[in-house]
Design a protein around this ligand. Structure first.
Ligand code: F6R
Length: 609
């Protein structure tokens, strides 16, 4: 949510910042802007709409050359997406870009007798900094004084026209990383912004300020004391952040899933083939004491958590709740030192999930993060982390994020079962071996993409669609519906098939498409009931799209379209069942002419509550 870029070095900072903004556009695409210092004054361009509009503005009225610049791509919170509300905000010699929400902006604005140029909560930060530097402070001292007054979450990056080769940034509960080149530095909300220049990065901690010049960086805490940072090497390269011939990042990421899942599984076995989770720095004794597991997550990650509940309860025999992170801390949850909280987040920056884990830790719980982003806030604030190693997910709709979260959840469940003696080594081995076969099965599913695209073509005039599933097929149905609504803007609902007769069946009208995920044949009872559901909705005129095992002849009987799933264990079925649903949503949105990677009103990484 909002992308920030800053550069100091020998390159043309205008180009570096605009290129960086393009790579961060997935974080927000309501407006974009860039500022630099030239001849003792701030020069800036900003425009509502996508970065292409900013580029047009810069082409029309070029910016002077500079070695230092800051930029911003916005997801609007305070004030509509207009030119005036775009960042940077400028006050005299100061330019500022901001990600987050300054909650006390009203009170802060009241301190000034000026006409604010925007409706944003951010602009006041530029005025506060201006007042400090005009009173004689250096930019870094000014930043320190200003952040002491701010309430809320923020990354602030500032530039002072009278000190044009330096940028100063502060972060609280909002992402910021530094890229280290040779005599040049980058700052950004996400490493994607500078991956084409360097893979060496520095993770900043909470409540830290970084001062950047081409000579080096200095990191202090909000009180001015030297602060610790962590260096890391980005484990993917520029190619991973490019579309590589695909029309959309989302489609590319769907097709990357076999590799992403294989990468999540990589290096998880010890010398004797046993499951090991090296990153999990929680002592086995502690994991044995756990009496309750609570998974907290949002959106797609929440659905991955719902699948995990089935696996964990079945394998570990410990009660596992799954809770929307946004609800968790506001309902006074029962959490104690024997509670294990698992935070699932692709970005590792989702504000709701972050607040949930902070609350859990305050209550004494141990927290494990499942995350795809090295050094993000959620893993940093957790006791342990399992990284999914899926590579950058740039399409706003999560795809490989989801399947790799599933795999990490399965691994965690199996590990807990191993540590707690709930499963024999050979049982764990059998499941691990099956997991290792999943990339192959996923590739087989992807080979059926053309059939899915044909189906999308046939259904593209439909205004409403339903998704049904049972057991782990239920979260798969929810995820299929979410993908369709967020990308194709089609009304879509996912239901537990068993709930059909308790209300949703009233939505079944002649011709409504209904996707049904059928459990594997080994689950006789469950499967039979879902087959009966297909007959029921078919009898009422629904067009049924059935996802079931290839060998399941009965499931085909009332199916207008049939997608054959490989013969896998019930618990692992979401890894393959989700693929046609992802492809369908991607294709439907494409056919309807929508921007698949940047769906309306959405942004990747929701860093505000
Ligand atoms: C939907 C989607 C979102 C995210 C949710 C959580 O396609 O991407 O629902 O899953 O915002 O994001 P993370 O996993 O980054 O915490």
């Amino acid at each position: 949510m909002c992308g920030i870029v800053g550069y100091v070095g020998a390159r043309d900072a205008r180009d570096v910042v605009v290129a960086g903004l393009k790579r961060l556009e997935y974080r927000g695409y309501d407006s974009a802007g860039v500022a630099l210092a030239a001849e003792d004054r701030i020069e800036w361009r900003k425009r509502a709409g996508k970065i292409a509009n900013l580029e047009a503005a810069v082409a029309e009225q070029p910016l002077p050359e500079a070695g230092t610049a800051i930029g911003h791509t916005r997801w609007a919170t305070h004030g509509p997406p207009t030119d005036a509300n775009s960042h940077p905000h400028v006050a005299g010699r100061i330019a500022v870009v901001h990600n987050g929400i300054i909650e006390n902006h009203g009170a802060l604005k009241a301190r000034f007798d000026v006409d604010f140029a925007s409706d944003t909560d951010s602009e006041v930060a530029a005025h506060l900094l201006r007042r400090e530097v005009e009173a004689g402070s250096t930019l870094v001292d000014a930043m320190r004084a200003v952040v002491a007054d701010l309430q809320g979450a923020f990354t602030l990056v500032a530039l002072d026209a009278e000190d044009p080769d330096r940028i100063v940034a502060a972060r609280r509960s909002s992402p910021l990383v530094v890229g280290r080149g040779e005599d040049e530095f980058f700052i950004a909300s996400d490493v994607a912004a500078f991956i084409e220049y360097t893979r060496d990065a520095i993770e900043l901690g909470e409540d830290q300020i970084v001062e950047v010049t081409s000579a080096g960086i200095e990191v202090t805490d909000f009180d001015g004391a030297p602060a610790e940072t962590r260096d890391f090497r980005i484990d993917w390269d520029l190619a991973a952040a490019e579309k590589q011939g695909y029309d959309w990042f989302m489609r590319k990421e769907i097709f990357e899933q076999p590799k992403a899942v294989a990468d999540t599984l990589l290096g998880r076995r010890g010398e004797r083939g046993e499951l090991q989770l090296d990153e999990l720095h929680i002592r086995p004794e502690e994991l044995r004491r756990v009496s309750k597991i609570i998974i907290v997550a949002c959106g797609t990650a929440f659905y991955a958590g719902l699948v995990a509940k089935y696996a964990i309860e079945h394998w570990v025999r410990v009660a596992c709740e799954v809770e929307l992170a946004s609800e968790f801390r506001y309902r006074d949850p029962i959490v104690d030192a024997n509670t294990l909280v698992v935070a699932v987040s692709q970005s590792g920056e989702t504000a709701d999930t972050l607040m949930a884990i902070r609350h859990a830790r305050e209550q004494g719980a141990r927290v494990i993060a499942i995350c795809n982003t090295n050094g993000a806030t959620i893993p940093r604030e957790s006791d342990a982390v399992i990284y999914t190693h899926a590579g950058p997910e740039i399409g706003v709709a999560s795809t490989k994020g989801f399947t790799t979260q599933l795999v990490a959840c399965y691994l965690l469940g199996l590990y807990l079962a191993q540590v707690r003696g709930m499963k024999y080594g050979d049982e764990i081995e059998a499941i691990l071996t099956e997991l290792e076969r999943m990339p192959g099965y996923m590739s087989d599913m992807l080979e059926k993409a053309d059939d899915v695209y044909g189906l999308a073509e046939r259904l593209k005039d439909r205004e409403s669609m339903l998704f049904l599933g049972r057991h782990v097929g239920y979260p798969s149905a929810l995820e299929g519906a979410l993908k369709l609504k967020e990308l194709a803007y089609i009304h879509a609902e996912g239901f537990a098939a068993g709930e059909l007769k308790h209300g949703p069946i009233a939505l079944v009208t002649d011709g409504i498409p209904i996707f049904v995920v059928v459990p594997p044949a080994g689950r006789d009872q469950l499967r039979d009931k879902v087959i009966a559901n297909i007959a029921e909705v078919h009898a009422r005129g629904a067009r049924t799209i059935v996802l079931a095992e290839e060998r399941d002849a009965e499931a085909r009987e009332n199916a207008e379209a049939f997608f054959a799933l490989p013969n896998v264990s019930t618990l692992l079925q979401p890894l393959v069942a989700i693929i046609p649903l992802q492809l369908f949503a991607c294709e439907m949105a494409t056919l309807l002419g929508y921007d698949v990677d940047q769906p309306r009103n959405l942004a990747k990484s929701v860093t505000v509550e």
